[in-house]
Design a protein around this ligand. Structure first.
Ligand SMILES: Cc1cc2nc3c(=O)[nH]c(=O)nc-3n(C[C@H](O)[C@H](O)[C@H](O)COP(=O)(O)O)c2cc1C
Length: 173
């Protein structure tokens, strides 16, 4: 039997894996909401034409999003403009309790917005494990007082993913 559920791509770009975890959870939630969603590394996707809707997630290092996310957005900009497209960023700026961190996180998706305008954006606190880094990077992270830990709020991520379902069902204008 053919699967008639709308196909959704949750593409992600990650260095240490926390963005992959968020993308997988978003795909799981979409699957529970009537979609055939899959989380795939952005660099492994040549073309988004066969998907009804697309989500793109990226990690941030030194103020810049992952190059694979930007390349994905550039490569598929025309197609993304024709279908529901959402984007999210996973970063430590979102662990800040003040408005400054949130404003900073808001800026990270700007290079994606220039390629294709998302109908919905997510900004999620990520995870940082010093054991996954080399000595020098670890020292830099210490200097900028980056807090080690996993700050991903799964309830919030799931709620935002569930909120995508009605947006992905509606046809784009
Ligand atoms: C070397 C390095 C630089 C980072 N730079 C930033 C940054 O500029 N802004 C920010 O909000 N988070 C920054 N982070 C935090 C990461 O965005 C966060 O750990 C994220 O969860 C990483 O995603 P990943 O596990 O998918 O690679 C940095 C992390 C590392 C290890």
């Amino acid at each position: 039997m053919t699967d008639t559920k709308p196909r959704v791509l949750v593409a992600y770009a990650t260095w240490a894996g926390s963005t992959a975890g968020v993308a997988e959870r978003i795909a799981e939630v979409l699957n529970r909401n009537g979609f055939a969603a899959e989380a795939v590394r952005a660099k492994d996707i040549r073309d988004t034409a066969s998907y009804a809707a697309v989500v793109l997630g990226t990690a941030v290092h030194a103020g810049r999003l992952h190059p694979d996310a930007l390349q994905f957005a550039r490569r598929n900009a025309t197609d993304l403009g024709t279908k529901p497209f959402a984007a999210f960023v996973v970063c430590l700026a979102m662990t800040a309790t003040d408005e400054k961190g949130r404003t900073q996180a808001e800026r990270y998706l700007e290079p994606i917005r220039r390629q294709a305008k998302p109908i919905c954006e997510g900004r999620f606190a990520g995870a940082y494990d010093p054991q996954k880094l080399g000595f020098i990077t670890r020292q830099i992270m210490k200097m900028i007082k980056a807090p080690p830990g996993d700050f991903r709020k799964w309830d919030e991520i799931e709620a935002r993913a569930a909120g995508l379902a009605p947006l992905f069902t509606a046809r784009p204008a």
